[in-house]
Design a protein around this ligand. Structure first.
Ligand code: THG
Length: 266
């Protein structure tokens, strides 16, 4: 499971201020902490909600520039706005980055899928369309099918597509966890080349003992076929859940990585 660090997100306490004040050391500390904890990609989401699109573009350019000058790491450029995604990718200058994200809406697909094709960048595609997040598995798979058509049209291989089945807080609707899990399995069955990703921490929003819920959901998602997670890499329980989960489904030959990580603790 590929770990994408979630912490550079303007909705988190303190991060909005780091972005607004152009706090270089504050931003780099968040990036470094996650890279050192084992994140392969660092998510960068600078949308503060109240600002204009132009401000979000400027903030994205600043954040990408600052991180790439400060540390060697891969980024996951996170915005609902295709112009912000393009600004992030253009600032990125060739180093590996994921585009996060497009949804199955024609207008968005026509902007973001060609960007992924030109930049040869992996892309995260949300299993939703202009009407919102479908409540059931078939609705979400239908959204994925529209995205696959667009990828075929623009020459993006499904190996470079991470489908996000979407995680809704179970505190809002207790039945949604299983919908997400079954959507992961459905995607892997219908599009074996494609990859899957979730924004893991969303599952536990509004509930106590979030870390435990996140780890439990991660185990089930790994069994269903999860390839990547946007999560807190510094959460030790979660990092352990990744190592244990991938080993238990046979993706860690001879439990080598698992053993290396835990031997000295026994
Ligand atoms: N899918 C995709 N991209 C996404 C999301 C997704 N980007 C944004 C978001 N969802 C994923 N990122 C976060 C970042 C922080 C939190 C949740 C999702 C969050 N953090 C709490 C905090 O920092 O205080 C604590 C987390 C915890 O304790 O579990 O809530 O779904 N493609």
């Amino acid at each position: 499971v590929i770990i994408i660090g979630e912490k550079i997100n303007a909705s988190r306490p303190g991060v909005k201020e780091i972005i607004e004040n152009r706090d270089i050391q504050g931003l780099l500390a968040l990036a470094r902490e996650q890279a050192e904890a084992g994140a392969t990609y660092i998510d960068v989401n600078v949308g503060i909600g109240t600002g204009t699109k132009e401000e979000e573009i400027k903030s994205m350019e600043w954040a990408v520039e600052t991180i790439q000058n400060g540390i060697e790491t891969n980024l996951c450029i996170d915005s609902a706005d295709p112009k912000v995604l393009k600004a992030g990718i253009d600032t990125r200058q060739g180093r590996a980055s994921i585009i996060n994200s497009t949804k199955a809406e024609e207008k968005t697909l026509e902007k973001v899928v060609p960007l992924a094709s030109q930049a040869k960048a992996p892309i995260i595609a949300l299993a939703m369309d202009e009407a919102g997040i479908p409540k059931d598995v078939q609705g979400r798979l239908n959204a994925c099918r529209k995205i696959v058509s667009s990828c075929e049209k623009h020459g993006v291989s499904l190996e470079n597509v991470y489908f996000d089945p979407l995680v809704i807080p179970v505190s809002a609707d207790a039945g949604q966890g299983i919908v997400t899990l079954n959507t992961i399995a459905g995607i892997k069955e219908e599009f074996p080349l494609a990859k899957t990703v979730v924004g893991l921490s969303n599952i536990s929003y509004g509930l106590p003992a979030r870390s435990m819920l996140n780890a439990a959901f991660l185990h089930m998602a790994i069994y269903a076929g999860l390839d990547a997670a946007i999560m807190d890499p510094a959460d030790e329980g979660l990092a352990s859940a990744v190592k244990a989960g991938r080993a238990l489904i046979g993706k860690d030959r001879h439990f080598r990585r698992y053993t290396k990580a835990f031997r000295k603790n026994n």
